[in-house]
Structures are given as structure tokens and as C-alpha cells.
Design a protein around this ligand. Sequence first.
Ligand SMILES: Cc1ncc(COP(=O)(O)O)c(C=O)c1O
Length: 447
Amino acid sequence: MVSVADTETIRPELEYLATAAEYCFRGRVDKSGYSGPVIARGRGSVVFDVEGREYIDFNSGMMCAALGHNHPRIVEAVRESCELIIHASSSLYNTKEIELARRLARVMEPPLKKSFFLTTGSDANEAALAAARKYTGAAEVASPHVGFHGLNDSTRAVTYGVPDWHKGYGTGQTAHAIFAPYCYRCPLGLTYPKCEIACLDASFELLDAQTSGPLAAVITEPMFSAGGVIPTPPGWLFKLREAVHARGALLVLDEEQTGLAKTGSMWMHQQEGVTPDILTTAKHFGGGMAISALVTTPEIEEGVVSRGFVFGHSNSSDPIACNAALATLGVIEEESLPDRALDVGGYWRAHLERLASHYEIVGDVRGRGVIQGIELVKDRTTRTAYYEAGPRIARQCLTAGLIFSVRRGGSVLRFVPPFSTTHAQMDHAAEVLELALRDAQTALVNE
Ligand SMILES: Cc1ncc(COP(=O)(O)O)c(C=O)c1O
């Protein structure tokens, strides 16, 4: 531990890290040690650390700053709520919550209309599963084997995409995994579309054998983000909804990553024409402020309330967070963010495809809108995953001023540039990434 007397002679980062080592708990997502950078401020698509170094943030914070860090409209809404009221009893309705519910219904596919505002993405998914259980009277739920829905107990139970985040917590008693349509590595060794989505038939055959009672819900993302940027193929979601409804269960769609314009439409399910029974949203919904929502139909809402459904936490529906979310919906509309997602995402995707044409270790390029990823392989024919490369590439890029995340145990690089990202920033990011890819490819050749 560094003493206060020493601080004038040392660099601020070392001081912060020493203090972190003394006081901060390490068990957090993607970080188990004490290392820099230590972030101090941010604006638009860049963040700055305590040493004044600048980073292009292709992780959009934790995907919550997709509008750009400290978007002026969010700052204004927060400031307004600081004058009016920050927190209110969630047992009473407040003006901002009611305005937000009405505003959100305007961008929903009917009959989705009734909103419940919570704080985190995990909360909203937990509430969705609780509502599905109350509505159906069933306990068991299922989700695809590369999905991620949160790290509270009920959502960790249906999170299979990162094994370390699932195993060892004793949460899985009423949850089951089904095959995700991970077509680059088809679990059945088939090829889409000739497969006719056989992975779903196989999944439900197993699920029907495994469940000990009726099924309450299947929860899924329309594109598996944390599981490795894996878009579901056309037709999968439709077939899933049919299979779920045939069993009297509900389809819960977790659009916390993919919703609110990121994939080029307001919601990704609109691209498939498949409306879920319950939708959840979070991440940049609050423009950086923590707020999530569950949205469902009046029929389901009536059904669960009449059965005594209660959910919520002390900060559910807080006016300050609802006001920020209102500002976010305004920004999405006024700045045509679905179009921006296609522009930013398309430009970055072109860079990734160019890099794939130069570097053999890039086995696959995939994603939608501003959520894009590459899968690293040692051999394009065998598709042997190049797990060691991801963390090395990410570290090298971080040192050079580019932030992104690494998924699938190291073999997938995931990029989520904020909507505010300029072409010049993407050109620069591509240069940084190219150097690291070149080094990783050279390391493989020399292995
Ligand atoms: C698809 C998805 N669902 C749920 C969550 C959990 O959200 P939170 O971390 O806000 O609880 C995440 C977080 O990354 C996510 O990506």
C-alpha cells in the first residue's frame, strides 16, 4: 500500500491501483487482477485514464454507453432530475415512469405494451422468468447453450455461454440448456439452411425428456453477444416460438444487447417478424444510467397480477433513471440511430472483412449493426480455435489505445463501437487491430 505522503512522487495510476489492491473486490467480469488503465472520464467514443491517455472505446463501457459517453441529452435529463426528484417510492407511480412507459410502448410491436422498470439487465430477466413462472404455473425454463442473461441467481442459472459464470454457484435446478444455432460450429455438424434448423428439433426432444414438469419459458437473445457474437439464422426464432408455444410456455426475448437500434432496427426481432411474449431491455436504455425494463402484453400482465405477482427493488422506477431513458428514446429517434448503426457497423465490418482477407487467423466475421465480432482460428479448414490469441491481441490493442472485449474463452473478439464513432476513429482502430493480428499470426507461424 502506498502512503499518502508518497503520492506526489508517484504516477496517479500506481497510486490508484495500490489503493484498489487494498480495498476493491476482484471477482468482476473480465478482471481478476489489479492492472490499469484506471478510467477517469469519457466523452463520445473515447475514454481517458488517470494518466490522461486516450482510448477508443469499442466496448461502449459495458455496452451501456452506446449513445456515446456523457451524451449531452442524458446529462441534461440527469441534471433536471437532480432539481426535481432523484428517487421516489416504487410503491407509488411517478411522472417520469408513466411518461417512459407510454413512450416505450410507442416503439414496441403490439401487443407488447406494459412496462416494468428495473435497474439491471439481470433484474429484468429475473422478473421476466418470474412472470413466466407465475403465468404458466410451471417452474422449468430453458435457454441456448451460448447465451448470457445475467449474474443474479435466476439468470446465472440460464447463462451457459461462459462456463465460469455458470458453474460452481448451485443455481441450475430448474434450468436446462438447448442447442444454440452456432452455425460456424454446428453442434450437429450440419450446414444451414439445408439442416432445416435440426438443432431445435434435437433440443426439444431432449428437453421434453429432461423436464420433470411443464415448461414455463425459454429465454434467448436474438444474437448471442457475450457467448461470441453469434447471430441466430433466419427462421430459428420463428421455429423456437412455435416449439415454446406448443408446450404452453412463454418466449422471453432478451434484447438487452441487441435492442434500441444497435442492430439497425429498433429491436432485432423485428428483422424476423417474431414478437416475443416478454421482451427485456437494458444496457444503453439509460444512456449510461442504470435502468432496465420488462415489457409484455396486457393479457400476461393481467394474468400474473391476478395471481399475486410482485416484483421490484428499492430503486425500481426511479425518476432519475426513467428520465435518462426518456432522453435515450428521444436521441434514438432524433438522431436516427438505427441508420447510424448500419453506417458505423457497416464501415467497421468492411475493415474486419479486409483484415480477414489478409490474416488467415480470422476464421469468421459476423454480427449485426454496431455489434460485430471475429473468431480466431489456428487453421481455417479445421477451424481449430486460437484461444491464446484473443487476450494477447486485446492487451496489445489496449496498450495502443483501443478497448474491446474477448469472448468464447479467447477465440472471439467482440467490438461494440458507440453510435458516435467516426470513420476516422474506426480507421485508426483498424490500424491498431491490424498490428496485433499480424503479431498473433506471426506467433502462430513460429509456434
Ligand atoms: C444479453 C444480456 N442479458 C443480460 C445481461 C445482464 O445485464 P446486467 O449486467 O445489467 O445485469 C447482459 C450483460 O451483459 C447481456 O449481455
